[in-house]
Structure formats: structure tokens, C-alpha cells
Ligand binder design. Structure first.
Ligand code: AMP
Ligand code: MG
Length: 416
């Protein structure tokens, strides 16, 4: 692939080829651990979970009302039944339901076996212990059958599902208290660069605040990851090498930002080469070209570019799928749509571009996307305004307003 806007000595790797290389290189973590259900949100199941019980466990009422047997009743006529008792949710009626009787029931109350119908309380009239049911009272309604939600022995959640809030509710409804999940992926991350200033310090000329580490710590906020923030490392070869080697001993993944390009102070690729192995360096995307992937011992290494927008793009498209593979989580992709672009977009052929856009949907359901502003890889404000990437293919030479484009929703983004 030739990038016409730069003089590369060797061809850049296409994003799909880079992802294939990562896929082939990464061995999912084998170890598991037990957690109680309330700590299982966002964790990846190590084994499929089957229900030990039927849910509902008992036949019960779906409404507040009156339960009766439809046998021996002529539904076309009004009829009266005498009240034999009450069944509450959690406090069942223990007697027998005799012909000519009904019982008061509340939602979730267990029904006596003779009862096959529940009628809503709003539809009847009561007079002391007598209940008057109107003509055409429907029968065999508002009853929840045993196991109608979950059958005993049926699959609740298949491994390797990453558990969400709904899964927790489903598992709790079946009484699952403890489960086996993959152990978290241990990730160390740090920023590199002599210009980086910590928050809380005044900004001297030539310096910048270290924003990447805050972005990364947010992007890595996932119950499946155990994250170590290693701070800022100066552009010092020995220091970088020592930090890489040390972090690799007790982490599964190292993620760095900065120093991955070809500048005089860009040492990341060189040091990765020296203390580990480089699988690939530089991919044909914009922003995000100078990305180094490799390994130090058994620890995977992602040297991301320094520019803040490139960090976010490479994280979503390259690092996130790799982390999912490592944690055995399904590789869910961002939602992809086709939208009409309302802005003209500049593009030079040679690299696949991820431009920042604002996606909207009109009342007819049609999608429109506009550029969210300046597209430099240092421009975080247009990234913050955006809810999607406008993904322009490698050979694209630019977009005219009105053209159809591919749009990928950003992580957690909502359409406005
Ligand atoms: P580099 O790849 O180290 O040459 O960095 C490319 C650009 O990204 C430079 O303008 C850096 O100052 C900037 N940069 C590097 N690291 C960070 C960081 N942690 N936060 C914000 N900007 C950064
Ligand atoms: Mg740098």
C-alpha cells in the first residue's frame, strides 16, 4: 500500500492485515476465578450456566384480582363466587378451592391447583364475602405457568459471554450465587515524552498536559481489566527499556503512548525490538499510523502514537479487539451505518481514514453525518463533539457533500 502523503521506505500494513496478525499472535488467558454474582458485572464467563430451577417456581397470579376455576361456570352470564381466602405474594393460600369459591390474589401469589383463571380486581364487584363477576369474564388468563420464563436445566448464559446488568438479573432469578469467570487481563499503561506535564502543575512554554493517560484510563475502565497506571516516562532509552522489562514481568499487556514514530526522540519501536520482538510497526490508517505491536516475554505490547486522537482511534480499532480476544470476550464491533455526508471532506489516497463526525437521524429514519470540525490528530475538541467516525476507504480521494459514506458509531455513542 502506498501512502502518497508520506515517503515510506516500506509499505504500510492495511488495518485488516494488522488485525489478522494480532488475532494470530494472541493466546486468550486460560486462568479463571470464582466471583459472587454481585461482583460479576463486565466479567467474561468461563463456563456456560444452566438453570438449577424452574422460573417461575410456582404457578402464580400475573395480576391483582381474584382466582377461580372456570369449570362449571357459564361465562356468558354474570356469576357470583364466595371468597374463600387470600393468597399473597410470598404467603400462599393453603386451603382447597371448592366449587363456587374464589380467592383474592395479588401479583406473584401462588395459585391453588384448582384455579385456572385470574380476573383483574377492576372487573369485579365485591359485597362482603361475595364476588360478582360480569358476563363474558375471560377464563384462563393472567396466570404465570411454572418454568414459562426459564426451564430447569436450560441455558441461561453461554460462555464466553461478557455479563451485563440484564444477565445479572437473569442469573439472580435462577438463584445463581457464584460463578466462574476469566481472570482479569493485567494491563500496564504509561505515557512517554519529555514535554508532558502532570495536572496540577503550571504549564511551561513548550510543555503540554498529559491527556493520553486520562483518555486511556477511561477507555480501559472495564471490569475485565486490572489496570496499572505507570505514569509518565521521559524520552530516555534506558529508563524506557527498564520500565518495559519490569512491566512485562507481571502484566499481560503494556500500552504506551508517544515515541512510536520516527522522530529523534522516538525510541519505543527500537526498544521493543531490543528487549522483545516487533510483530508490526506502522499501519495504513489516519490518524494512527505509527503503531507498534509486539511482545516482551509473554507480555503483549502496543506502542500507540502520541497524538491524542490517534490514541483513541487505534485503541478502538486495534487494541480493543486484541484485549477482547485476550479476555475471551466476544469481539463486538461498532455499529456500522451508511449515511449521507453533508460536509465536503478532504482526503488523500493511501490510508484508510477515520474522520470525526456527528451522526443524526431525521424523522424518516434517514442518517446524515457532518464533519465535527478540524481533523488534525491533535484536535481533541472535534473528537469530543463527535459521536461517530466517517470511515473513508484507502483509495478515496475526498467526499462531496451529498455522497454516501460509511459511518461507525464511537464507543458508547448515541445518535442525536
Ligand atoms: P510523539 O509520537 O511522541 O512524537 O508525539 C506526537 C504528538 O503527540 C506530540 O505533539 C506530542 O506532544 C503529543 N503527545 C505525546 N504524548 C502525549 C500525551 N500523553 N498527552 C497529550 N499529547 C501527547
Ligand atoms: Mg514524544
Amino acid at each position: 500500500m502506498i501512502d502518497l502523503c508520506s515517503q515510506e521506505s516500506s509499505p504500510l500494513l492495511a488495518i485488516d492485515a494488522a488485525l489478522e496478525r494480532i488475532k494470530a499472535a494472541i493466546q486468550p488467558i486460560a486462568e479463571s476465578e470464582k466471583v459472587v454474582l454481585k461482583n460479576a458485572l463486565g466479567r467474561v464467563l468461563s463456563e456456560s450456566i444452566y438453570s438449577p430451577i424452574n422460573s417461575p417456581h410456582d404457578r402464580n397470579a400475573a395480576m391483582d384480582g381474584y382466582a377461580f376455576s372456570s369449570q362449571d361456570i357459564n361465562h356468558e352470564q354474570p356469576f357470583t363466587l364466595s371468597l374463600a381466602g387470600t393468597s399473597w405474594a410470598g404467603r400462599p393460600f393453603t386451603g382447597l378451592l371448592q366449587p363456587g369459591q374464589c380467592i383474592r390474589v395479588f401479583t406473584g401469589a401462588v395459585l391453588p391447583i384448582q384455579a385456572d383463571s385470574v380476573v383483574m380486581q377492576e372487573q369485579v364487584q365485591t359485597n362482603g364475602q361475595t364476588v360478582l363477576f360480569p358476563a363474558n369474564t375471560p377464563s384462563r388468563q393472567h396466570i404465570r405457568e411454572i418454568g414459562e420464563d426459564i426451564k430447569q436445566g436450560s441455558l441461561l448464559c453461554a460462555h464466553p459471554k461478557k455479563l451485563n446488568a440484564i444477565d445479572l438479573g437473569l442469573l439472580a432469578s435462577a438463584g445463581i450465587y457464584e460463578l466462574t469467570v476469566k481472570r482479569p487481563v493485567k494491563i500496564a499503561f504509561f505515557s512517554t515524552g519529555d514535554e508532558l506535564t502532570a495536572l496540577g502543575q503550571p504549564l511551561e512554554s513548550g510543555k503540554i498536559y498529559d491527556s493520553n493517560r486520562y483518555t486511556l484510563s477511561g477507555l480501559l475502565n472495564d471490569a475485565g481489566y486490572s489496570v496499572t497506571d505507570m505514569g509518565v516516562i521521559a524520552d530516555d532509552k534506558q529508563l524506557l527499556q527498564d520500565t518495559f522489562t519490569e512491566a512485562a514481568k507481571n502484566h499481560d499487556v503494556i500500552i504506551t503512548t508517544g515515541g512510536a514514530s520516527v522522530g529523534e526522540a522516538d525510541y519505543v519501536k527500537e526498544i521493543l525490538d531490543r528487549c522483545g520482538e516487533v510483530n508490526f510497526w506502522k499501519i495504513a490508517i489516519k490518524p494512527g499510523k505509527p503503531l507498534a505491536f509486539g511482545k516482551i516475554g509473554s507480555c503483549y505490547f502496543f506502542g500507540l502514537p502520541g497524538n491524542p486522537v490517534a490514541v483513541i482511534v487505534t485503541f478502538q480499532y486495534i487494541v480493543a479487539p486484541a484485549l477482547k480476544q485476550l479476555s475471551s470476550a466476544p469481539n463486538s464491533k461498532p455499529l456500522q451505518l451508511t449515511a449521507t455526508c453533508t460536509s465536503a471532506l478532504k482526503k488523500t489516497p493511501g490510508r484508510q481514514e477515520f474522520q470525526r463526525g456527528i451522526l443524526t437521524q431525521d424523522p424518516n429514519g434517514e442518517f446524515f453525518v457532518a464533519s465535527s470540525g478540524k481533523q488534525g490528530s491533535n484536535i481533541l475538541s472535534s473528537m469530543s463533539r463527535a459521536n461517530c467516525y466517517i470511515v473513508l476507504p484507502t483509495e478515496c480521494k475526498g467526499i462531496q457533500a451529498g455522497d454516501k459514506v460509511r459511518v461507525d458509531l464511537m464507543l458508547d455513542a448515541k445518535i442525536i
